[in-house]
Design a protein around this ligand. Structure first.
Ligand code: IVH
Length: 681
């Protein structure tokens, strides 16, 4: 027998170490939706393992994570066996690697190639089976061969059709990615924190967590969306001959196809597309961590085939991860609206993706303990999914021994009241309801965009107003104009901005009741629940008088929410605040202020697509809704108008096909202006 060399022994040890770490991360990532490593670190480990297994084939094993995708389905859901394996993608981490992929493909196919460029959505891969046009089965990817049966949860995902339109094969399996919109993510996490739950590290984990709810009505409460990018098992011939035609075909059947897909005819145009979205990705409302490049012709795809779990005909051209190393200078605490004690990292400032990062959330005590973060540590930080900076891990090899472990405070850092923490919750709370930090946060929330939307009042100004004794709760804002003489001298608020601020406060009185309900900051009552309440009750007094079961009878509201609402309105100090708001003239009746706008677009159905010049798509969509129109995500026969910005994608083709009126942003503004003056469409 040949003696194993030292280097072989080392390689075997490293292979075992990598396999065990990757297996652990797979479970954390795929089953528990709670990764403790960044994508970049994971990718690096996986690449190292693959390279070592190739160099040392004698150590190869079918159980190796390098041979498997993801993790086997978790318990709690039935298992679905995929009729066709759900593949993974090879990565290109830079232009050279992309060019190398293209050269490998070009060698196997001598003809000139076209490519479809798609965004690589960072969510959860799923498969949906339609029988005779009806959605009958939905599954997660799992380990690629078997996934979890999440049919009922998938049925609640926005833009996933339950029935197909047009000509479809009797069995059609489509595949796509479920995403959690970034615009909803931050608020969702803030609510989780104040409910004492661990916030999700990024929108992808939030999407995975949402889809894995045992109770589908819980999934339904989360604003999931989906992009379809391909097919699996189909029992009949279907017309498309290319990936690009396939996307159009799927769009015509009613699937949500991303508007940024593009067909290009050279590798250099792929690179242009990549560089464009490297910039543009910040403007998207979902996380996108690269571009997926696919050979367009389906017969070429078949010819190229796959190696292991990766097709040769496609590659994930990844965007660079935004990570940096820095020092964790200190761990401080702030106090949330509900009194939650939130630890955060004070960092030696570093630049990531154009922003200077000085602080990062540390969520709660558990998070810090699990990662064993110590003050003085060198840490890796990342802007997780471009949203909130996260501390990924400490580099323990760089420790000097002088680092300090976390000491949780026992008193509120703001009011010195004792802190309450229980074994069942990760969060600790200051339970002094008069704690100035809570007042401040409460007012910050009250004036925020999703609530009363009062511009010009940031945390600093609120602090000044509180410390000068000019306000002690949100209702006092409406009395500020009577103290104008005193306010003028206030630092941080200049004379003109004071005028603007007072006007903004005044205007906010017209906000509808649902905004006031959101603004109150009742635990678990965000914009969606507030909307449900204002649909059900005529005015706030009806809500105050209602019982727990009255509230629970509203579809979409469960016992946790109803009990929080009842508790809130049972507290005399909250009723006092509501009376002050009533006196200040706020809308506590359910008069829909939108009705004050002429409903000139009533019953008209709009689709808004592409990049706009002067407004965001959301601005335009809100304007349409305020004027009585409907906004939908896909172009169908029922669509009346498509408002199109630049790069409109496949929706434009669809609109042309169905002969639907297409408006530019300016034409739309002109149209509503003329309608508002003569009221006819
Ligand atoms: S195609 C055979 N297209 O990336 C090709 N995948 O690393 C497999 N993904 O599991 C998928 N956006 O969940 C494809 N436009 C896109 C994608 C995409 C995101 C995910 C997908 C897959 C993973 C592969």
């Amino acid at each position: 027998m040949v003696e194993k060399t030292d280097s072989e022994n080392l390689a075997r040890k490293r292979i075992e170490e990598l396999r065990s770490q990757l297996n652990k991360h797979n479970i954390l990532y795929y089953q528990q939706d709670s990764p403790q490593t960044s994508d970049a670190e994971y990718d690096a480990m996986m690449r190292e393992l693959m390279a070592l297994e190739t160099q040392h084939p004698s150590f190869a094993s079918r159980d190796s994570p390098a041979q498997r995708i993801g993790a086997p389905p978790s318990k709690g859901f039935a298992t679905i066996t995929h009729k066709q394996q759900m593949l993974s993608l090879a990565n290109a981490f830079n232009q050279e690697e992309f060019v190398a992929w293209n050269e490998r493909v070009a060698k196997l196919l001598t003809n000139k190639l076209e490519f479809v460029c798609e965004l690589k959505y960072d969510g959860l891969a799923v498969s949906m089976t339609y029988e005779n046009g009806n959605l009958v089965k939905g599954a997660t990817r799992g380990d690629g061969k078997k996934g979890e049966d999440v049919t009922n949860n998938l049925k609640t995902v926005n833009h996933l059709p339950l029935n197909l339109s047009g000509g479809y094969p009797s069995i059609l399996e489509v595949r796509g990615e479920v995403v959690f919109p970034i615009s909803d993510f931050n608020e969702f996490n803030v609510n989780r924190s104040s409910d004492g739950l661990t916030p999700y590290a990024n929108p992808r984990n939030a999407a995975a967590g949402a889809l894995r709810q045992i109770d589908p009505s819980e999934t339904a409460k989360r604003p999931l969306d989906i992009f379809i990018y391909g097919i699996g098992h189909v029992n009949d011939q279907i017309p498309p001959q290319t990936q690009y035609e396939l996307l159009d075909y799927l769009s015509a059947l009613g699937f949500n196809i991303n508007e940024h897909n593009d067909l290009v005819d050279s590798p250099s145009k792929v690179i242009d597309y990549y560089l464009n979205f490297l910039e543009m990705r910040e403007d998207l409302d979902y996380i996108c961590d690269g571009v997926v490049v696919k050979v367009n012709r389906l017969d070429y795809q078949r010819h190229l085939g796959q190696i292991g779990r990766e097709p040769r005909w496609a590659i994930a051209f990844k965007f660079p991860s935004e990570q940096k190393e820095t020092t964790l200078i200190n761990i401080k605490f702030n106090v949330g609206r509900t009194g939650s004690i939130n630890p955060y990292a004070v960092l030696d400032p570093v630049q990531i993706g154009g922003a200077t990062i000085k602080q990062a959330t540390l969520h709660n005590e558990d998070y810090i303990r699990t990662k064993d973060l110590r003050i003085g540590d060198t840490v890796i930080i990342e802007r997780a999914g471009e949203v909130i900076p996260q501390v990924i891990r400490a580099i323990s090899s760089k420790r000097s021994g002088r680092e300090k472990k976390l000491q949780m405070p026992t008193e509120c850092p703001i009011c010195n009241h004792l802190i309450f923490s229980s074994k069942d919750e990760a969060m600790a709370y200051c339970i002094n309801s008069a704690c100035p930090a809570q007042t401040n946060k409460m007012i910050e929330h009250f004036v925020s965009k999703g609530a009363m939307d009062i511009h010009g009042l940031g945390p600093k100004q609120i602090n000044v107003l509180i410390s000068k004794g000019l306000i002690s709760d949100a209702a006092d804002l409406y009395d500020l104009k009577n103290h104008q003489d005193k306010t003028i001298t206030i630092d941080r608020i200049g004379e003109t901005s004071l005028d603007n601020l007072l006007t903004a406060i005044d205007t906010s009185r017209r906000q509808p009741m649902e905004k006031v309900l959101t603004a109150l900051g009742i635990k678990h009552v965000g914009p969606e629940v507030a909307e449900l309440l204002s649909q059900r009750f005529l005015n706030i007094d009806e809500i105050i008088r209602s019982s727990d079961s009255d509230i629970q009878n509203i579809p979409g509201i469960g016992p946790k929410i109803s009990s929080s609402i009842v508790t809130y309105f049972a507290d005399p100090s909250n009723l006092e605040l509501i009376n002050k708001l009533r006196l200040a003239g706020l809308n506590l009746e359910n008069v829909n202020t939108d009705i004050l706008e002429k409903q000139v677009l009533s019953d008209k159905v709009f689709v808004v697509t592409g990049r706009m010049e002067n407004f965001s798509r959301t601005d335009i969509q809100n304007r349409i809704k305020a004027l009585g129109g409907k906004v939908t995500g896909k172009v169908t026969k029922k669509t009346d108008f498509v408002i199109m910005g630049s790069d409109p994608g496949s929706k434009l083709n669809q609109a042309n096909l169905l002969e639907i009126d297409i408006l530019t942003e300016t034409e739309f503004i002109d149209l509503i202006q003329s309608l508002l003056s003569n009221n006819d469409l």
